[in-house]
Design a binder for this molecule. Sequence first.
Ligand SMILES: Nc1ncnc2c1ncn2[C@@H]1O[C@H](COP(=O)(O)OP(=O)(O)O)[C@@H](O)[C@H]1O
Ligand SMILES: CC(=O)OP(=O)(O)O
Ligand SMILES: [Mg+2]
Length: 378
Amino acid sequence: MIRNVFVLNVGSSSIKYRLLDVDDGSVHADGIVERIGVPGSGVPDHATAMVTVLAELEGHRIDAVGHRVVHGGTRFVSATLIDDAVEREIEALSDLAPLHNPPGLAGIRAARAVLPELPHVAVFDTAFHATISPAARDYAIDAEVAAKTRIRRFGFHGTSIGYVSRIAAELLGRTGDPELKLVVLHLGNGASAAAVLGGRSLDTSMGLTPLEGLVMGTRSGDIDPAIPLYLAREHGYTIDQLDELLNKRSGLLGLAGRSDMRELVNAANAGDERATHALDIYVHRLRRYIGGYAAELGGIDAVVFTAGVGENSSYVRRRAIAGLDFLGLSVDPELNAAPSREARFISPEGSPASVLVVPTNEELEIARETRAAARPAG
Ligand SMILES: Nc1ncnc2c1ncn2[C@@H]1O[C@H](COP(=O)(O)OP(=O)(O)O)[C@@H](O)[C@H]1O
Ligand SMILES: CC(=O)OP(=O)(O)O
Ligand SMILES: [Mg+2]
């Protein structure tokens, strides 16, 4: 029986891990190893970091290992038991997610080497979005080029969006309702919006890579696609410089010198105009997606806020929903401001549409999917 699942979320310079009981969600151990590969940190690579992590788990029983893998391409549309062939296929997808997949793969290799007797399962951020509509999926570029190079919208944060969509449906008393229309806003460092109809993803704001869509901590989200062409042609930017600019030096950081929402709101409240402008752009983009998804879904039953910013920033929630009464959406100031860790309504009782805050739990969802995918192999 699989009960204790070790969940790994491996980033380029960090490993977040959690050992949890899938039956009751209780956490037996968790932690983070940071600064992997940073000179002087004492953690030269992912394999070394993994040995450190496993030393922390001494004495705990582990039945299976669940790995967050960001990009599953078209090959992986559900959680998959990892063998050597699957590991090679994940490696082949690295070109589509150069910032995210290679560290995930390093984590898989290191963990399989240290825990070879256990089932290892890959859980993909893209999988939940396999159902998006063809019109949302395809970009209006030369179809042959797109087909040859695998360019299409994939979408990310699916593990989180799927999880909070289910909790939202429960909270609304509409579990299993195929007509339930949700707009889910996963607002962390990376951020995605998604239109979810009857529990299935219809559209989402991230695209081929996790760069498209909302304004993020350090990523630009949507821009005119001619901007990188212009920077390269007229200002001598190289591909690597453009990648770095758009992924790591844009978004809130690029606009106002800070990627952390808490700091930014404090700065704006203290009169920092750059911070205020950055927040205006952040909120403007969010509202465009809410309106766009209302049109795609044919209305909205609930907007669902989740992840670090969505769960904690009453400021962002208030501004994102302000003036959307024409969609039946509004926020009760007291409910919005009340601190809570619970899934809850923040719209006034009796509103035509609801606004919810639902804490995400990507690790629990990964653990559940890991158990489900590991079962057939025993
Ligand atoms: N109390 C808070 N108020 C406003 N923003 C918060 C608060 N707590 C966390 N955040 C924001 O959440 C973001 C991180 O979200 P998180 O989901 O943890 O990101 P990730 O998993 O992508 O690293 C940061 O911008 C942080 O400032
Ligand atoms: C896919 C993605 O953007 O992930 P994260 O938010 O963890 O960077
Ligand atoms: Mg996150």
